[in-house]
Design a protein around this ligand. Structure first.
Ligand code: XIL
Length: 322
């Protein structure tokens, strides 16, 4: 077969996977598939706040550096995930009783230190992740409470100052997959990004997370409409963090795998059909290692390679669209 990465590169398209260091170190098959099939790599966990700054002022880049080196040696673009997020925060930060000035300094110091460390090595950053709550208001988190909504503007500004070349993304979640039923969230996202751009905040792109299940998959049309609307902002778009859970319907496994393949095909096609949509991500490489088995408690097999590294029908669907 022709690897996805080769197909994608013919169109200048990004095909990415989230990776973690454990299997990169110990699993030869994982390493091989990761670097043969994908041209973008995002750090699934190793660049989250608590991992990089486990104690105040003490940064630990060792694990993230190892992943970045792996990706660079295989000519993969690295996306750094993520500078600002409500989860993945360090305990010392959550436990502290900080003034506004102190929080501004902590946030600036974290962003400046991390982005400077990876200047020239990380292609793009998820600067702010999931700042919107499900009801479309700004999510209540330490930075919003202590600094105010301008923590978002400042994060982008500080990231730009630390690495003027890196592409700066805002990444957002919606469990319904950004189709019609996500209108409230799409409106909120659109308004948030419009505000950033109007205020001159250095924003280059938006990532749409795609953690979904087969029970209510988004349609090609629904996603495409959302992508076209966001394209109007004039920024780059990537479909990020895709995994499609098989769910627990009574359908046979082959039927579910065929449905999963169809949804994967629809989603990547919507992206390929919109000019500003420049890349598509899987939140993992193989069903052997995926975070959703842990959160739902049942095997969800949400990715395009099975537990034995065999390409699934979803893989073929992606390859056909590319
Ligand atoms: C998840 C990882 O996959 C898990 O391994 C970890 O335990 C928790 O975080 N949205 C995001 C990602 O932006 O960072 C999350 O990743 C999944 C949801």
């Amino acid at each position: 077969r022709v690897p996805l990465r080769v197909l994608a590169e013919r169109k200048g398209f990004g095909i990415g996977a989230a990776a973690t260091l454990g299997p990169i170190r110990k699993d030869e098959n994982y390493r091989r598939i990761l670097s043969e099939e994908f041209n973008q790599l995002v750090t699934e966990n190793e660049m989250k706040f608590q991992r990089l700054q486990p104690e105040q002022g003490r940064f630990d880049f060792s694990k993230a550096d190892e992943i970045v080196e792996f990706a660079r040696s295989r000519d993969m673009r690295v996306f750094g995930h993520t500078l600002v997020w409500q989860r993945g925060l360090a305990d010392w930060l959550k436990a502290g009783d900080w003034t506004r000035e102190e929080l501004l300094e902590l946030l600036h110091d974290h962003i400046d230190t991390v982005v400077s460390h990876y200047r020239g090595k990380v292609y793009a950053w998820d600067v702010v992740n999931e700042a919107l709550a499900p009801d479309a208001s700004l999510r209540d988190l330490i930075w919003l409470r202590g600094i105010g909504p301008e923590y978002i503007d400042l994060s982008f500004k500080w990231a730009r100052e630390a690495d003027p070349q890196a592409h700066l993304f805002y990444n957002e979640y919606d469990g319904s997959g950004w189709g019609k039923s996500a209108q409230l969230k799409v409106d909120a996202l659109y308004n948030l990004l419009t505000g950033l751009l109007e205020r001159g905040v250095p924003l280059d792109g938006v990532g749409l997370q795609m953690h979904i299940g087969l029970d209510k998959p988004p349609s090609y049309e629904g996603l495409k409409q959302t992508l076209e609307r966001l394209s109007g902002l004039g920024i780059e778009i990537q479909i990020t963090e895709t995994d499609i859970r098989l769910g627990n319907s009574s359908d046979s496994l082959p039927k579910k795998l065929a449905q999963q393949a169809k949804v994967y095909g629809d989603l990547i096609r919507a992206c390929l059909d919109v000019e500003r949509c420049s890349g598509f991500w899987f939140w993992g490489v193989t069903d052997r290692y995926t975070w959703v088995n842990g959160i739902t408690g049942t095997p969800e097999d949400p990715l395009i390679f099975d537990r034995f590294y065999q390409p699934k029908p979803a893989y073929d669907a992606i390859a056909r669209e590319l």
